[in-house]
Design a protein around this ligand. Structure first.
Ligand SMILES: [Zn+2]
Ligand SMILES: [Zn+2]
Length: 244
């Protein structure tokens, strides 16, 4: 546990440091202050939100907590979060942000290979911007669960710069199958309108036979007497069994 936290802390530190190094490098190459900067930032924010939705949908819909390697470490927290949404409020900064940093680090490292000339500088600016706005995704997710977030955060939520509580609460309704995007939620409405995730599920099921959300940890019986299905309940620890 301590080792995991140390790795996560190192990854958070490294990821934000690399963003700083990239910004300095892009600045030296005169690749930041251009007329297209606002467009690149907006596109990166949309792309980051879409990426958060696809990762979230994948973790929510496919595999189980018994899936080798990713099951216990990455899929399980998503499933537990559905039956106990308030668990995210008990997570500390490092545990909350560490996993996103681990996923983002290889992207930030690979961006050093992009030459900062011509289209390369535009591509590097986009990738670094996308990584930078994507890094606090889980932090934004936690804020969306806070009944009373810090004032500045509440302002960002009201203005639509980050995911709002109202937007995210719709995801926490069984079968947890909409509003997957959690960076700022900008993509949710459009993806729902075109039925994006249901179409993707249809294709994957046709190709592989896999059924989405087949291993969701579910609450059954009435709301007054919620419980988990027995095979899943046995794997949760005491704090996770608390139903919010
Ligand atoms: Zn979810
Ligand atoms: Zn949530």
């Amino acid at each position: 546990m301590l080792l995991t936290r140390l790795i996560q802390a190192g990854c958070v530190l490294a990821a934000y440091s690399l963003v700083g190094v990239h910004i300095s490098r892009l600045g030296e190459a005169s690749a930041i202050l251009h007329w297209y900067l606002p467009l690149v930032l907006a596109a990166a924010w949309v792309a980051s939100d879409l990426a958060s939705g696809i990762v979230h949908w994948t973790a929510d819909s496919w595999g189980s907590q018994q899936t080798p390697i990713v099951g216990p470490r990455f899929l399980r927290p998503f499933r537990v979060h559905h039956i106990n949404p308030e668990d995210i409020l008990r997570r500390g900064f490092v545990g909350l942000n560490g996993d996103v940093a681990i996923v983002t680090l290889p992207i930030l490292l690979a961006a050093f290979a992009i030459p900062l000339t011509g289209f390369g500088s535009l591509a590097a600016l986009f990738i670094v911007s996308m990584s930078a706005v994507g890094l606090p995704t889980n932090q934004v997710h936690q804020w969306a669960h806070m009944p009373q977030p810090p004032k500045f955060v509440a302002w960002l939520q009201r203005k639509g710069f980050i995911l709002s509580r109202e937007e995210h609460v719709e995801h926490h309704t069984s079968p947890y199958a909409m509003n997957y995007c959690i960076t700022n939620g900008w993509c949710n409405r459009a993806l729902t309108k075109i039925d994006f995730f249901r179409r993707m599920e249809w294709i994957i099921t046709r190709l592989t036979g896999a059924v989405p959300r087949a291993h969701e940890l579910v609450m059954t019986l009435s709301e007054a007497e919620p419980r988990l299905v027995p095979e899943d309940l046995s794997s949760l620890d005491a704090s996770e069994r608390m139903i919010a």
